[in-house]
Design a binder for this molecule. Structure first.
Ligand SMILES: [Ca+2]
Ligand SMILES: [Ca+2]
Ligand SMILES: [Ca+2]
Ligand SMILES: [Zn+2]
Length: 319
């Protein structure tokens, strides 16, 4: 082996070992808690949500328990397959990923790129409330919130959607006047039918059009309409016809005999005025209709014909 080749082989083996040893992270850390980006080809949109779980409880294993609960719930919640429609198939896929990490496992420089979720015991929360905090959509800084633990199975998904910029779509009243509750700007008011009472201190109703939405009622699962709202807010709910779902070739250059007259496309079907003509109707077939599709059949037929003619006309020795 030449010295140069030995060096090359050595470098290659080192590179291979590095590739095998390095943990393959599914997604590089994104600049914001929620990042909506388009792939360079323009046909896939990624929604990447980064959640840092912070648990200051002194209970043994509380951090791991919180982390596992949040991670499991969010991965189940966000396991949706959504897309942006196009004028024709295929649509542009939206790839949703939720990256849940323990605060201590995130390098210090990356921590402000995560939504910071502080897990807090239920006794610190008013009845029916799951989360406290401001919800700045898709930006760095100020995205820390408090979450109640333990929680409703869909509550984490609902609260993460707040972190992604979605608003509540239900209306509620509490018997305690100091507990501020969301109000639907498009109705209904829960007190139209039910006043809060001592027995039932909180009443709640989905806003019109949101009865099946996780932002309208926690018993609903997260759906593509939630993801759609996030992508729309980021102004990425677009599936460009080119290059994502290009128009099929016009009938005069699609390789098909569209009008069934025995020949396909320009120039053989003279019904086509050009390769971009949109109809093969009329006209005749060039060269007496020889150009039948598929092309292989034509060639074979001509070969057979030629062989037959040769068999008939070949010189024969009379015996
Ligand atoms: Ca055609
Ligand atoms: Ca034709
Ligand atoms: Ca024709
Ligand atoms: Zn909410």
């Amino acid at each position: 082996m030449k010295r140069k080749n030995i060096r090359r082989a050595w470098l290659l083996s080192v590179a291979t070992v590095l590739v095998l040893v390095c943990p393959r992270s599914s997604q590089a850390v994104q600049p914001y808690g929620t990042t909506v980006i388009r792939d360079p080809g323009g046909c896939k949109v990624y929604v990447i949500v980064q959640i840092a779980v912070i648990d200051n409880s002194t209970e043994p294993d509380s951090v791991n328990a919180s982390y596992n609960r949040v991670k499991t719930a969010l991965e189940r919640c966000f396991n949706v397959s959504c897309s942006i429609p196009c004028a024709r198939p295929p649509a542009c896929p939206i790839i949703v990923t939720v990256d849940v990490k323990k605060w201590d496992d995130i390098p210090a420089l990356d921590r402000d790129k995560y939504h910071q979720v502080h897990m807090v015991e239920p006794k610190y929360f008013p009845r029916g409330s799951y989360s406290y905090g401001v919800y700045p959509p898709n930006g760095p800084g100020g995205q820390a919130v408090l979450w109640r633990v333990p929680n409703h199975r869909n509550a984490y998904g609902h609260e993460v959607l707040h972190l992604c910029g979605l608003e509540d779509e239900y209306c509620a009243r509490n018997i305690n006047p100091w507990e501020v509750e969301p109000v639907c700007d498009h109705g209904p008011d829960p007190c139209d039918s039910e006043e809060p009472t001592v027995q039932k201190p909180r009443t709640c109703k989905s806003c019109y059009g949101y009865a099946n939405d996780i932002m309208g009622a926690l018993d609903n699962n997260l759906s593509c309409s939630n993801i759609e709202r996030i992508v729309k807010a980021a102004q990425e709910f677009v599936c460009p016809e080119w290059p994502c779902c290009p128009a099929p070739p016009p009938p005069c250059s699609d390789g098909i005999d569209n009008d069934g007259d025995g020949c396909a496309d320009y120039p053989c079907d003279t019904g086509c005025e050009s390769a971009t003509d949109t109809s093969e109707e009329g006209g005749s077939c060039c060269d007496g209709g020889g150009a039948v599709t598929p092309r292989g059949l034509v060639v074979m037929a001509m070969l057979l014909l030629a062989t037959g003619v040769w068999m008939l006309l070949r010189p024969r020795v009379m015996s």
